[in-house]
Design a protein around this ligand. Structure first.
Ligand SMILES: *Cc1c(COP(=O)(O)O)cnc(C)c1O
Length: 465
């Protein structure tokens, strides 16, 4: 399987190399040259598979023999052995034909563990085979950093440096990152905001001359193809659990960078009968405005109660545009060029395709709180604010009551106790058992000036020989 850039100008890569890259050199994102498709009878034959077995079926065609079968199976097995629920992605019913897919049973309590546990083990395997070491550099406003650190803490060939804005991530999120004290894990609290962190990482990828020869940066944000690929699995798993392919299912997805919902779109392309795919946004609603009014324009960032979706521009939307424009790399390059002015307009044909594929809905803070409250009163089930947005969007846009609506629960409520308390729940949601002692764990992080030279010197001085 070859991987190509959405802007059509970079050379294609094989699977292992695509995992070790960030953006393509032409500025695009990588996608497989062609998507595997599964027949209805093949999907029907998977109903007895557990999560790991199903993951192998979905992932193997993308790897396309570059990793031997037994090794790939072992990587998958190891990646989900850290989840604390045997169902890996259990379903909970909250209403008539309405389901919550709990994607927060991994080590850091957010869905990002699904991809980052896998990516950590995959990197370890590839680098070991190649006798190569890499440096991971990533910026986080919370969830990505902890999931990436947890995924890579045991990787001998990876030094991981995660930048978070000093004093601006929640206590739970900071503790989850900084209490990992392995030698290859480095938390940098940057004296700046999240944007500064992201800019720093971007410029470092663009000019990697601060690294010694033979060392390169690897991306852990959702521009990395492995992240999207691993997320396709739970759409199939949930769909099959609720009767697919013999009946269709729908999904509602709280969306930020468009990685998670893009995986849902791919599940559909690959043969899962999905009736409705709902893009749920908070007040940072560029995707909702784009689908509903062809308004893909930048607006100032709003800090909401669902911080993991506080994103001005969704990086993975470019992958979707590539599909909507029939894989015309030159057109995407032009569109992204236009967008530098702060706005892009989709051509009519692409917009109408997008509208056939997706419903969209924006849910503000006030509504988010009332949904948490309402669902708790009626079911005693506690939602985190991101999940509440997905559920509300599902209820608003739902077209069929006979098709199961599956709402992706992207985080555990204990990760966002402030919102839950604001929603009027008297007691704070408890951390799961394995994290009870989180606040008494030793912390390790370095506060650094918002200066690229300082950060690069720190990385050079702290990475392994
Ligand atoms: C990252 C994240 C999202 C957004 O996912 P995308 O793939 O960026 O769309 C939603 N909810 C939570 C809790 C997250 O951590």
């Amino acid at each position: 399987m070859k991987y190509i850039s959405t802007r059509g100008e970079s050379p294609s890569l094989n699977f292992e190399d695509v995992i070790l890259t960030g953006l393509a050199e032409d500025g695009g994102l990588y996608l497989p040259e062609k998507f595997p498709e599964f027949s209805q009878s093949e999907i029907a034959s998977w109903s007895n598979l557990n999560y790991q077995e199903l993951a192998y079926k979905i992932i193997a065609p993308f790897v396309d023999g570059e990793i031997p079968k037994a090794d790939l199976k072992a990587i998958i097995e190891k990646s989900y052995s850290t989840f604390r629920h045997d169902g890996i992605a259990p379903l909970v019913q909250t209403g008539h034909n309405e389901w919550i897919l709990e994607l927060f049973q991994g080590p850091t309590l957010a869905f990002k563990d699904f991809a980052l546990q896998f990516l950590g083990n995959l990197l370890d395997y590839i680098l070991d085979k190649r006798q190569q070491k890499v440096v991971i550099m990533g910026a986080t406003s919370g969830d990505t950093g902890s999931a990436a650190i947890e995924g890579c803490r045991q990787c001998e060939n990876v030094d991981i440096f995660i930048l978070h804005p000093h004093g601006r991530v929640s206590d739970v999120q900071r503790k989850q990152m900084t209490s990992v004290i392995e030698k290859n894990v480095h938390n940098i609290a940057l004296q700046g905001n999240f944007d500064d962190c992201q800019k720093m990482v971007k410029s470092s990828f663009a000019d990697q001359s601060f690294l010694p020869d033979g060392r390169q940066l690897v991306a852990v944000n959702s521009i990395n193809w492995a992240r999207i690929m691993a997320q396709i699995v739970y759409y199939f798993y949930a769909g099959i659990s609720l009767g697919a392919p013999h009946r269709a299912v729908s999904f509602s997805v709280p969306t930020g960078n468009f990685g998670d919902i893009f995986a849902g779109y791919l599940a559909k392309r690959m043969g899962l009968p999905i009736e409705q795919l709902v893009i749920a946004t908070n007040d940072n609603d560029i995707l909702h405005r784009c689908i509903s009014a062809n308004d893909h324009s930048m607006k100032p960032l709003i800090h909401s109660l669902s911080p993991s979706m506080d994103i001005m521009v969704s990086s993975n939307f470019e992958r979707m545009l590539f599909e909507l424009y029939d894989r015309d790399g030159a057109a995407i390059k032009q569109l992204m060029e236009d967008f530098k002015s702060g706005e892009m307009v989709l051509k009519e044909e692409a917009l109408s395709k997008a509208r056939q594929l997706f419903s969209s809905c924006r849910v503000g803070d006030e509504k988010t709180l009332s949904v948490i409250q309402d669902v708790f009163e009626n079911t005693e089930y506690l939602l985190d604010p991101h999940t509440a947005i997905g559920l509300q969007a599902a209820r608003k846009t739902r077209r069929s009551m006979t098709t199961p609506m599956i709402c992706l629960a992207t985080a555990h409520p204990a990760k966002f106790p402030e919102a839950v308390k604001k929603a009027g729940q008297a007691k704070e949601p408890a951390l799961p058992h394995h994290m009870r002692d989180l606040f008494s764990r030793e912390e390790k992080f370095d506060v650094l000036e918002n200066d690229i030279k300082v950060v690069h010197d720190f990385i050079a001085a702290n990475m392994s020989a």
